[in-house]
Each structure stands twice: as structure tokens, then as C-alpha cells.
Design a protein around this ligand. Sequence first.
Ligand code: NAD
Ligand code: UDP
Length: 313
Amino acid sequence: MVTVIITGVAGFVGSHLADKFVNKGFHVIGIDNFLTGSIENISSLLDKDNFEFIEHDIIKPIKLDEKIDIILHFACPASPEDYLQYPLETLRVDSIGTYNTLEMSRENNARYIFASTSEIYGDPLVNPQPETYWGNVHSTGLRSVYDESKRFSEALSMAYYREYCLDVRIVRIFNTYGPRMKLNDGRVVPNFISQALKNEDLTVYGEGTQTRSFCYVKDLVEGIFKISNTDNLNGNIMNLGNPDEYKILDFAKIIINKTNSNSKITFKDLPEDDPKLRCPDISKVQSLIEWKPQTSLDNGLQETIKFLKSKLE
Ligand code: NAD
Ligand code: UDP
């Protein structure tokens, strides 16, 4: 049986990844310290024979008896509200945590998949963003705790690839949404949906002209699963996201419409260094693994609204 470690397994993306690997018959060891995740996200996995959970902070090294084949390092707060609340934890998990998981990968000669982010492009001057774009990041701004630790982790991962010929793959994930996002997560999708369901004003930051592209979590997981199980991708950096780009103001109107809400829109200050544009160029990953998102925004939102509604009740 192939043994996979998923750090951040009790989080939004990590728990969906664990579902996929467990259902496909892999032996999954999930690690999490519950900084931003919850046991509820993995409750359906806890009684499965091929799933093990270890409560552990990955900034401390961990020794496991079994041979590990694949490591997916996904532990890290991802919502701007979360990483601004936990700036040092964020810097540690994507520096010391990345180092610890890369070392574990080296000891086991395991394939290593690092969860990077579109944030490494900062406030991009190129749209859409291809992997070859170097980015425009404010290296000491508020958001730098996230952007720069991801950039450091990318550099560290590539150094392990070059120095030790480790089988490293980096996925640069763009805004992803779906069930298991927390109601109070702070990201735009759960914020707008919970506001709309409560008939409260939707809070658009700035004028709402900034853009984002939203990928449904099932599509993202499909891409990561394929990348984890395809040979000869060593040293590749790949964007994963949905290239359909929306202005945030238009997105607010879509949510009001989809939820049949009486909510209005209110404008609040734009957070510091909020990127004005974000859209993935996915041609590289399309040609490497023939992946592209399959879920329409309409269907993805329907599932997400259903989930968040159940949490409100
Ligand atoms: P999340 O906050 O829901 O999950 C992160 C998980 O990591 C949580 O369960 C948290 O408790 C755990 N964690 C944090 N620090 C830890 C530590 N030191 N030791 C062990 N566990 C720790 O976030 P998410 O949306 O699921 O994001 C998962 C990964 O994907 C992150 O690396 C994030 O940067 C990346 N990513 C996500 C998105 C997105 O839109 N969701 C976009 C780009 C990148
Ligand atoms: N945003 C907003 N209202 C909210 C939450 C977010 O207008 O209640 C905006 C935010 O300023 C950003 C975009 O929506 O431009 C996406 O924000 P999110 O926090 O989801 O992720 P980001 O892409 O900034 O990491």
C-alpha cells in the first residue's frame, strides 16, 4: 500500500485531499495541530482502516516507523484573516515546517508536493499569471508573512530538488472554495454567502473592481491527486486554479442572486496590499496532466451554499 502524509489534514483543502486518497485505497497519515482546522472535517475518516491521525505541530520534527512514499505539505493558515491573526505561526509552518517535511521526504526518498499559492505573484503586473512570472510582492507588508514564507518554501523545495534530486513538485493554488470552509473564515466566498443567507449587507472591500478566479475544491483535489500520481513531474511548478475571472462587485451580485437574498452591498476599506488582479494561466498543467476545472461556478456555489446554510441552522 502506498503511504501518504498530509499535513494540514484537518483544514479545508487537506481534509478533501485526505478523502480522495483514502477512497482511492492509499494509506493516509494526517497531521494537524488544529490551529485553523477542526476535527469535524476529518470525522468521517477516523474509523477508516487506511487513515491515521496524529495531532502534532509540524514545526517540531516527527519520527514515524513506516516507510513514507508521498508527502503533501498543506499545513498553513490560508485565509488572510487567519494568517494576519497568526503571523508567526504562518512564518514558522512555511519555513521550519517545510524544512521538517522536506527532511522527512529525503529520509524516505518520498515524493514531495508543496502547497504554494497565487499570492507569490503578489499584486501582479501580468494577467493572467503564468508560472514564469516572478511576481510583485511587498516583502515586508502585512501579507508578507504568508507570501514570503511561501516563496521561501518554494526556494527550499527547489534547493532539495537540485541538491538531493528529491522528487519535488510545487502547486501554486489560486482561490479555492467549497464545503468545509468556515463560516467565519474571513475569505470572500464564506463571507458573502453567510451575509447573504442572513440578509445582511455584503461587505465589498474597496470599489470591488479587484478580480479573483474561483476554483471548486473537488477540481483542485483532482489536479493535486493527478500531480501526486504522475511520474516525471520532478522539479515542476504548476498553477492550479480556475481561469474564469470575476470582479468582486460582480461576484457579490452573483451571490445575492444565487441565495435569493434581500441583502444590499456596502463598501469597506480595501485591506493593505490586496492584489488588484488574480487569474491563473493553466496552460502548463493542462499540457502536463490534461487537467482543467470541470465544475461550473453555479454548481460549485450551490454545494457551498448548501453546506454553509447547514452550519447557520
Ligand atoms: P486551512 O486553514 O483550512 O487549513 C490549514 C490547516 O493546517 C489547518 O487544519 C491548520 O490547523 C493546519 N496547521 C496550521 N499550522 C500547522 C502546524 N504548524 N502544524 C500542523 N498543522 C498546522 O487552509 P486551506 O484553505 O485548507 O489551505 C491549505 C493549504 O493550501 C495551505 O498551505 C494554503 O496556503 C494553500 N492554499 C490554499 C488556497 C485556498 O484557496 N484554500 C489557496 C492557495 C493556497
Ligand atoms: N473581499 C471582500 N469582502 C469580504 C472578503 C473579501 O470584498 O468580505 C475581497 C478581498 O479584498 C479580496 C477578494 O475579496 O480582494 C478575495 O479575498 P479573500 O480573502 O477571499 O482571498 P485573497 O484572494 O485576498 O487571498
